[in-house]
Design a protein around this ligand. Structure first.
Ligand SMILES: [Zn+2]
Length: 222
């Protein structure tokens, strides 16, 4: 599929983007992997020393909660022009929720008193490219139980898009949107606490899609 090839191309492009002082140059042989690991650890240690000089103690209360994809191109605070620490974000590949993520959200709503929860997917999501590919031609090779679990959480979005006239790219976009709505539904179904808060209007749950190409956030209607 053209869309899936595009997703793979983006992964390869991401592999050559410089990472602070560390250059990423694609697929590495084991001795170079070790060198890269050492360079990344040095960068982290050095970066943290700089951070310690500028640390500002904060009250620690975020303004809102967010469920977002783990994709490094999606940076919640930067996308909304907010300061680091203002969003309580739980991230997983494909912005899915499971028990620990729901527990984290319940903690955020209960203890951190967040009254807004944004579920944000993004265009060109490689998690959903993988789910589409799995749907079209299920793999026959071994895959870990964790990856199987992740895929099972993404498949309802793939199955929700039934229009046969879509191009590959349009289908990928439609699945991204369906996946946000599915995550919102899962939150309501599997967390009676969050559902009740939404009923009481002490929690607003909204869905969004971040467009990687333009930086625009599209707010979804349910
Ligand atoms: Zn993604």
């Amino acid at each position: 599929m053209k869309g899936l090839k595009y997703g793979l191309m983006l992964i390869l492009l991401a592999a050559v983007v410089p990472l602070g002082a560390v250059e990423r140059t694609g697929i590495l042989a084991p001795p170079d992997i070790k060198k890269q690991q050492d360079a990344i650890m040095s960068m982290l240690i050095k970066g943290n020393k700089v951070h310690q000089k500028h640390i500002v103690r904060k009250p620690g209360l975020p303004l809102l909660m967010m469920v977002s994809c783990a994709d490094s191109r999606v940076e919640p605070e930067a996308i909304f022009d907010m300061k680091p620490g203002e969003i309580y974000t739980v991230r997983a590949f494909g912005n899915i929720v499971d028990k620990s993520i729901l527990g984290s959200l319940e903690y955020g709503a209960d203890n951190l008193e967040c009254h807004v929860l944004v579920v944000m997917g993004h265009t060109h999501c490689t998690a959903l490219a993988g789910a589409l590919s799995e749907h079209n031609s299920p793999r026959t090779t071994w895959r870990s139980l964790n990856l199987q679990d992740l895929d099972a959480r993404l498949q309802p979005a793939v199955e929700a898009v039934v229009d046969k006239n879509l191009t590959d790219e349009e289908r990928w976009d439609a699945v991204v949107r369906a996946n946000v709505l599915n995550t919102m539904r899962t939150i309501r179904e599997q967390s009676p606490e969050l559902w009740q808060m939404e009923q009481d209007e002490t929690l607003k749950i909204v869905g969004a899609v971040y467009h990687l190409d333009t930086g625009a956030v599209e707010w979804l209607k349910e």
